[in-house]
Write a protein that binds this ligand. Sequence first.
Ligand code: GDP
Length: 301
Amino acid sequence: DKGLEKTSENLFSKLGKAVIGKSKVDDEVLDELEEILITSDVGVDTTIKVIQRIEERVARDKYVNTTELDKILRQEIVGLLEESNEVDLSNFELPKDKKPYVIMVVGVNGVGKTTTIGKLAHQFKNAGKSVVLGAADTFRAAAVDQLILWGERVDVPVVSHGMNADPASVAFDTVKKGVDMGADVVIVDTAGRLHTKVNLMNELSKIKRVMQKFIDDAPHEILLVLDGSTGQNAFIQAKEFTKATEINALAITKLDGTAKGGVVIGISDQFKIPVKYIGVGEKVTDLQIFNRTEFVDSLFK
Ligand code: GDP
């Protein structure tokens, strides 16, 4: 799979080495597997869960050979990944009764939030959808400027009141524009300052409230963007953001630059949130709709 070579090389080659010369899954193989999963940033809790399930199968079936281990491991990991069934994303289709479909994007600076929004706008547009973006991350001039730049690049309108503007007022005008235009998708960028948790929480609820003045059930998607190459930091951010707001979708970026794609598995399992998108490069087309079976297969290719 394009962009995931580093991750797959890593997991696959390590697993290959762990089982080399062994015909049977024994404690030593399981110990090595545990280490591989932990060093791939799957996270300790999820790793323990996987190992326990495999131990149970080995105990039940008495003799599990190392080829079967590969198959069992895939099945267990697919089972741990949350399924995203709200939207048929196979071709960027959106629910018909949610128009515009409102996406609120959260995440700390530097994780690839603006890039992900630009890529999403491009792909929705390519699928024939009309898109409006809102620059409600008003604490950084760069965030506002970059979103405007992305809007120009992918040719979609961006609602902006500049830096330091009230984020809720930007969100209000963005959703209003989306409704007025009859747009299919509205994507609102928001600030992600974790050091002021109470402020963040208040701000996000305020943004949600103004969106609901137009659309009762907006935002339909609260998308948390995480940098897949930051391992434990991504876990910490997921923990903090899920405390501040409900999160119902994840975008995990920079998986092209890391051998630690295991973070996708751990975070989806720990927080019970589906991964919807993965970022595999800096180009506008380097965003993939996440498919758990394909992802797991790519890890073992
Ligand atoms: P923001 O501060 O969260 O809005 O982050 P940006 O969108 O500005 O992205 C920060 C940097 O990460 C930029 O240089 C992006 O080009 C880069 N980036 C974003 N997503 C990806 C990705 O999936 N792969 C790679 N290699 N780089 C990415």
